[in-house]
Design a protein around this ligand. Structure first.
Ligand code: MTE
Ligand code: MO
Length: 193
């Protein structure tokens, strides 16, 4: 683990501090579903909306991926290891209609986050069910959470229950409270305005 890349570009975005710990950041205490009741709704402006139960979700191709994650409260964690289904696989399944450029992630506990579809596809984001070789624990969003490493980690909704594809960019929980609409850590897009 190194904090500088081979070409000497910084590994850590501006004004972030690397931690070895894995802090738990949760607004409220959501009641979440066990795998018996859990479903993931892929809906909105798509050709083939579908609601996947745990078995259907797990029959999709899974990938291992390693990523650095960056919380807006200024901690970063490097080389986190996950397992999950790529957003590309989920988008291919439902086929967003032309102009359906936004995705609202919907989670238990009324948590939402808004994202651009182009920031999610091409293996830039995953719905993860595994962390560090084990099932994702409840505090970190189990049974399934979004992981979008290129954006501040508030965009990575824990206890994910739906992805709503739309031509409209509905603001999410933190975005409504004044956090930046896109949240690129390299551009320090922490707050709006
Ligand atoms: N459902 C839900 N997802 C959430 C949050 C939350 O409060 N509820 N917090 C976000 C924030 S601000 C961060 S930094 C990460 C923290 O994930 P962790 O608790 O696994 O570190 O989850 C994000 N996803
Ligand atoms: Mo965060």
């Amino acid at each position: 683990m190194t904090e500088t890349r081979e070409d000497s570009r910084p590994r850590v975005p501006p004004n972030q501090v690397v931690t070895q710990k894995f802090p738990v950041m949760t607004a409220g205490t959501p009641a979440t579903a066990g795998i018996e009741e859990w479903t993931l709704a892929l809906d909105g402006d798509v050709e083939s909306p579908v609601t996947l139960d745990w078995a259907a979700f797990n029959s999709l191709p899974q990938q291992d991926f390693t990523a650095d994650i960056h919380c807006v409260t200024r901690w970063s964690k490097l080389d986190t290891r996950w397992r999950g289904v790529s957003l590309q696989v989920l988008a291919d399944l439902v086929r967003p209609k032309t102009g359906s450029d936004y995705v609202q992630a919907r989670a238990d506990g009324n948590y939402t986050a808004n994202l651009r579809l182009r920031d999610l596809v091409s293996d830039k984001a995953f719905v993860a069910t595994g962390f560090d070789g084990k099932p994702l624990t409840l505090d970190h969003g189990g049974p399934a959470r979004l992981v979008v490493p290129d954006l501040y980690f508030w965009k990575s909704a824990k206890w994910l229950r739906g992805l709503h594809f739309s031509p409209f960019d509905y603001k999410g929980y933190w975005e409504k409270l004044g956090y930046h609409n896109y949240g690129d850590p390299w551009l320090e897009q922490r707050y709006r305005g």
